[in-house]
Design a protein around this ligand. Sequence first.
Ligand code: NDP
Ligand code: AKG
Ligand code: MG
Length: 423
Amino acid sequence: MTQGEKITVENGKMNVPNHAIIPYIEGDGTGPDIWAAASRVLEQAVEKAYNGEKKIVWKEVLAGQKAYDKTGEWLPNETLETIRDYKIAIKGPLTTPIGGGIRSLNVALRQELDLFTCLRPVRYFEGVPSPVKHPEDVDMQIFRENTEDIYAGIEWQEGTDEVKKVIDFIQNEMGVDKIRFPETSGIGIKPVSKEGTERLVRAAIEYALNEGKKSVTLVHKGNIMKFTEGSFKSWGYELAEREYGDKVFTWNEYDAIVEEKGREEADKAQKEAQDAGKIIVKDAIADIFLQQILTRPKEFEVVATMNLNGDYISDALAAQVGGIGIAPGANINNDTGHAIFEATHGTAPKYAGMDKVNPSSVILSGTLMLDHLGWREASELIAKAMDKTIASKVVTYDFARLMDNATEVKTSEFADELIKNMG
Ligand SMILES: NC(=O)C1=CN([C@@H]2O[C@H](COP(=O)(O)OP(=O)(O)OC[C@H]3O[C@@H](n4cnc5c(N)ncnc54)[C@H](OP(=O)(O)O)[C@@H]3O)[C@@H](O)[C@H]2O)C=CC1
Ligand SMILES: O=C(O)CCC(=O)C(=O)O
Ligand SMILES: [Mg+2]
């Protein structure tokens, strides 16, 4: 067995040894099928890109059903400690029961390790079947806040003593009389903080600056949820102007010019800012945004949004470029460099153990991981092999059912094909 070394971080700089140990969670449902395929592709890409000089040394950590069966715990503390210690991990999907049962282990991992950015890049691979006319116009990076919002699961069930206490408090201490059916309501709480918003928006703007993007769009439902989603928008604009004043032009500034000097002057100021290479920081209300990503996707590049909006938007956008089978993601703490890479999709239980589903989301999450480690040559090999394989129409069931004259292959065979096409 190859002996590996830990990835370390010193003064914010990541040191990646040639034989880097990377913890992985296999995942529930289709997780084992996908992981078997994805891990082979990632290993081979590193092997080929560096002629054996660099290697991934996998270290399994347990979560989900496998953890429960072996240890009696769904998310053992040892798993969290190992990921903290080794800095980087990659995972398959984990099941969350609807209604009762355990809360999301996926959310727990993000919260426990404070992985505040969920980065979900959405771009088109030539030849992938899509329901829209111009899927190639979609090239967006979703920065989804990953630790707050209603998604964090602070809620109380209808009929419990806890929910009665909360409803009594809201009605009697806060004077709220708008709970329509107080005797039969469940209650959920949606915390959205200034700190949480600022660190997410900062990560999005930094990304836009580093990658030469032209805009960052803050997506919110601030007209209805004024002090959570509305504040997300205001705090985002304030941060952009305060920390990046000379590099951005915001729609907040635009509105102030309209007020003072009229729209023509505001348009002129925005045009000047664009010509000077500044990033336009704008915003969109979530409902119309979901229409506009379909009708004019070219207008959006980097998107910063809250947790639940980001969850909806990332599945919707994935559909535009071929579906959830090819939608990667990364959960990152941009301050410490800690990260867990994972697909956007879930465990797809009806296909578990059938060697059937598309492993591309986890494979592409792996390429994000390789980029994060600075092993770009390996991630480029995979991206090229993905282009070549899809162009040759050798695909898993999800693409095959939408393509003419495709050859449908199993999860493991798709991995074989990618490895063959790495050249
Ligand atoms: N980060 C995580 O670990 C996540 C976990 N989950 C959890 O997963 C479980 C199942 O959730 P569910 O809502 O069914 O969502 P899933 O994403 O698991 O599956 C929904 C549908 O998406 C398609 N799909 C999913 N994965 C793939 C793939 N690899 N290749 C091709 N198609 C795919 C299938 O569509 P079709 O039937 O059309 O073929 C599938 O039926 C739940 O417990 C949920 O909480 C959900 C999301 C993320
Ligand atoms: O944790 C879950 O079960 C669902 C998570 C999810 O949908 C997501 O992160 O996109
Ligand atoms: Mg989701």
